[in-house]
Design a protein around this ligand. Sequence first.
Ligand code: TA6
Length: 303
Amino acid sequence: MANQRSEKLQARFGLTGELAFESGPDGLLEMQVTRPEATARIALQGAQVLDWTPSGEAPVIWCSPEARYARGQAVRGGIPICWPWFGPHADDPALPAHGLARTREWRVEATASTYEGTQIDLSLVLDEDAQRQWPHPATLSLRLQIGRWLTLALTTRNDDTRPLRLGEALHTYFHVGDIERVSLLGLEGLPYIDKVAGGERGLQGAALSFTGETDRIYLSEGECQLLDPMLARNIIIEKRGSGATVVWNPWLEKSHAMGDMADDGYREMLCVESANAAEAEVTLAPGETHTLWARYGVEPLSG
Ligand code: TA6
């Protein structure tokens, strides 16, 4: 069944030698991109990029080797899409954390081979179950561009006659050589909400380094750089249409408690998320469209 579906998708949207549809674990459909500049793997469930590796580089996106692949379950790693709320639902804790988009299968709308990379357009149709949980007519689409840069553009249109309050994030897990040796630049001097300290407010001093559990929402619209001396590279994290940057590492105890992450898995990842969360949520007027855009690239660390 899954094989038949992947064959149909291949016939309609496959790109010879560049984009292949495959049936992954638990019959979940995946796309494999192979280009001279990079390779990538994307799950149709959640429109989740699971891997992106520019040629000659170690993987830039981290996916837990212990990740579980099952229908309706979030995968630990890659780029989960949090939408239309970020974190726990504000009024109903029974609703899934980080919203409805990351555990549902998305539809392929179009694919193309361009000079900059492989372009993939996906959309999420809100089924009856999703509408029961979140009764707001809206259209959601994602454009991926996979090449030397990885670009994501997540677009929401409010199809309701009422304003729409939207929380969202590209919850990107970056692969690092050693969390205790990296530094994150671009958030200096900015205010943040510290979820580890129960929501206390703080002001960032110098560039961030990591010595323990970190879970912060920075009110930031700008670019970040993730300096990694062990992998001798700098990951560039650009964004637009995003008022918050979330920085998360669960550290040892929480990694240990998570069934889909090795105890020391926290050492090789850092989430830097382009988001609209907390007071940076966005409100869309009826008919209005909003795009959350992010672009990742790698440059060698000089000196
Ligand atoms: O973005 C940080 C965060 O909201 C953390 O609070 C943390 O729990 C994480 O996301 C992972 O959430 P998940 O639901 O994927 O386990």
